[in-house]
Design a protein around this ligand. Structure first.
Ligand code: PSV
Ligand code: MN
Length: 399
């Protein structure tokens, strides 16, 4: 790396944080079953401890996303949870209401044709907003499993209107510091018409809900050939990009670790963000989050791998020479324009990552340092014992 590249990459790293998901530390599986890990988090305390450990090693994961039903026991004091997070050196990040597991949601939540169920779902979201205010969270992150499985099953327009009404009502409850993120997904669990199937639908609903509603892009929630960075560029240009759920995939919503299959995809997304920032003279406010399930890899290792990969790809994307790119684009010089991206992608940014970590008193290799601490071994021993004492069947925690 040249000294200028080194400086640029380090400055980029200064602006980058990424949120870890509480559910990424717990036992997860596919719908065919779960394979348990002794060190998997049992409860929210464990998840916050694991997330705090990841932040202590990487220095760029100061918040942890929580899922209300999986993480908050009924009657749990959110302020006590916020204090616990602080003790682990982190804060509570996005609040994710759970609108898909109760039996009452068989026909949907906000899209349900039963007003009583819609009211129940809305109340759960109001409660989630209140939790968010109590813990000082900036984001309410909404994903809906709503949809229909067969043609003719429901009125697509009526379901859309039900969504509009509920999201508008929910937006009115947001505090001045809260942003509502609307996530989309084209398939699963509904397999005919998911109610919020793509970014256009999420955009329309967010626009109608109010100014503090934005779109959330989960990289796994697209058709295989879809150009995700183009969606990102459009949302940026419309000031409607609220955040990301990062993960990688080979087939569908596989929730693999970021960059394990296609690192160039994440690079191209980050490039659009850096290019936008360079055009506008300001970095947009975006909630970078991870949404992965680590079914086979040790959970903390998989999380650290993801964070480190995200930092590397973000730093590489910062190295694209934007002035040269604008010149190449103005002349329709396709080859040179593409080479600028490829050259940045091929740059080894390890020296910048190491220098940034050293400057922030962090281990240069967070994964090796994690192994050296023996954290996972100790957690496995303690959690195994605690599961026995509590009489818990492994995997008793949600997610
Ligand atoms: C759904 O697939 C999703 O991406 C949503 O963001 C959920 O909140 C998350 O996964 C966890 O199940
Ligand atoms: Mn997601």
């Amino acid at each position: 790396m040249t000294p200028a590249q080194l400086r640029r990459a380090r400055e980029a790293l200064d602006t980058f944080t990424i949120e870890t998901p509480s559910w990424g530390f717990a036992d997860t599986g596919t719908r065919f079953g779960k394979f348990f890990q002794d060190a998997a988090a049992i409860d929210l305390g464990d998840k916050l401890a694991d997330g705090g450990h990841v932040h202590a090693l990487t220095g760029c994961c100061p918040t942890i996303a929580v899922h209300v039903l999986w993480d908050f026991k009924p009657g749990e004091d959110p302020k006590a949870v916020a204090r616990l997070a602080r003790r682990h050196g982190v804060k509570i990040g996005a609040i994710n209401p759970n609108l898909f597991q109760d039996q009452c949601y068989k026909w949907g939540s906000f899209g349900n044709n039963d007003a009583a169920v819609r009211a129940h779902a809305l109340q759960h979201c109001y409660d989630s907003v209140a939790i968010g205010k109590a813990v000082g969270s900036e984001y309410l992150s909404l994903w809906f499993a709503d949809g229909t499985n067969y043609p003719g099953q429901g009125s697509i327009r009526e379901r859309k209107q039900n969504f509009e009404d509920s999201l508008r009502a929910l937006h009115r409850k947001l505090g001045p510091k809260q942003t509502m993120l609307v996530e989309y997904k084209p398939f699963e669990p509904a397999f005919y018409a998911t109610d919020i199937a793509d970014w256009g639908m999420a955009y329309v609903l967010a626009k109608k809900a109010g100014p503090r509603a934005k779109v959330l892009v989960d990289t796994g929630h697209h058709y295989a050939a879809q150009n995700i960075e183009q969606i990102v560029a459009w949302l940026l240009d419309e000031d409607m990009l609220g955040g990301f759920h990062f993960n990688d995939r080979r087939y569908a919503d596989d929730d693999l670790t970021l960059g394990s299959i296609d690192p160039y995809q994440a690079f191209r997304i980050f490039h659009e963000i850096h290019f936008f920032a360079s055009d506008r003279g300001r970095m947009p406010k975006i909630a970078y989050m991870i949404d992965q399930c680590h079914n086979e890899k040790p959970k903390i290792e998989a999380t650290i791998e993801t964070v480190v990969m995200a930092q590397a790809l973000y730093a590489k994307a910062a190295l694209v020479d934007h002035d040269a790119l604008r010149r190449a684009q103005a002349k329709n010089n396709v080859v040179d324009a593409e080479r600028l991206l490829q050259r940045a992608f091929a740059t080894d940014v390890t020296p910048a990552l190491h220098a940034w970590r050293r400057a922030n008193q962090l281990p240069v290799d967070p994964l090796l340092e994690h192994r050296r601490t023996g954290y996972a071994r100790a957690a496995a021993t303690e959690r195994k014992r605690r599961r026995r004492e509590l009489g818990l069947v492994q995997g008793g925690s949600f997610a």
